[in-house]
Ligand binder design. Structure first.
Ligand code: AP5
Ligand code: MG
Length: 191
């Protein structure tokens, strides 16, 4: 299996590039943010718990996102591979993903880290906030809080994958097409 972890701070382009990579390599795209927003839209029990946290830029509880990932992984055993977008987001989630994939006789192939300047992240997300009305994109304060959590809780995962020789940083600045081409080239080298 080809299992890609697309990594980076909020607004780095994970969702945009994950869709492209999934299409190119015939992989199943898994975005925990999108799965949570679906639960919120459907007003489920999980959605109600998650909404209060997400709107403020806080994480959803680990047990919720891990269960979601477990369901996707176990119900897509015949896929060529996965592109994980927005998961894992802390070291516990990274360990859990390894466990789940091992149970499936598989493993993370590579972690592709999109590197983008903070001012660019804030600019992209404020723009999307205006266009989409997404709550956690509405104010610079909430966006900066999300970036702060990324720096303190999520970025340490880099070390976890680096130790396994799986971390590959890539510039996430430039056009969507240019970044997409760079990512595709990198995946082809790994395959
Ligand atoms: P999630 O939906 O994953 O949001 P995020 O990580 O904050 O990242 P974004 O989706 O905002 O950015 P992205 O990197 O995907 O960039 P995108 O391609 O969209 O999570 C939302 C929330 O859910 C979290 O805050 C948390 O509360 C919760 N959650 C999710 N996963 C969780 C987990 N594992 N554990 C606990 N809680 C979890 O691009 C952003 C914008 O920029 C778009 O408008 C796009 O068009 C534009 N853009 C993209 N690339 C470029 C480019 N090259 N140039 C110019 N604009 C660009
Ligand atoms: Mg996203």
């Amino acid at each position: 299996m080809l299992n890609l972890v697309l990594f980076g701070p909020p607004g780095a382009g994970k969702g945009t590039q994950a869709k492209l990579l999934a299409q190119k390599f015939n992989l199943k795209h898994v975005s925990t943010g999108e799965l949570l927003r679906k639960e919120i839209a459907a007003n489920t029990e999980i959605g109600i718990i998650a909404a209060q946290l997400i709107d403020k830029g806080e994480f959803a509880p680990d047990y919720i996102v891990i269960e979601m990932i477990k369901q996707v992984v176990t119900s897509n055993r015949s896929t060529v591979g996965f592109v994980f977008d927005g998961f894992p987001r802390n070291v516990d989630q990274a360990k859990k993903l390894d466990e789940l994939l091992t149970e499936n006789d598989s493993k993370v192939s590579v972690m592709l880290g999109l590197v983008v300047e903070k001012s660019q992240l804030v600019e992209r997300l404020l723009k999307r906030g205006i266009e989409s009305g997404r709550c956690d994109d509405m104010t610079a304060e909430t966006i900066e809080h999300r970036i702060d959590i990324y720096d303190h809780v999520t970025a340490p995962i880099i070390n976890y994958y680096e130790k396994q020789g799986k971390y590959h940083p890539i510039s996430g600045m430039g056009t969507i097409e240019e970044i997409g081409e760079d990512l595709i080239e990198m995946v082809k080298k790994i395959k």
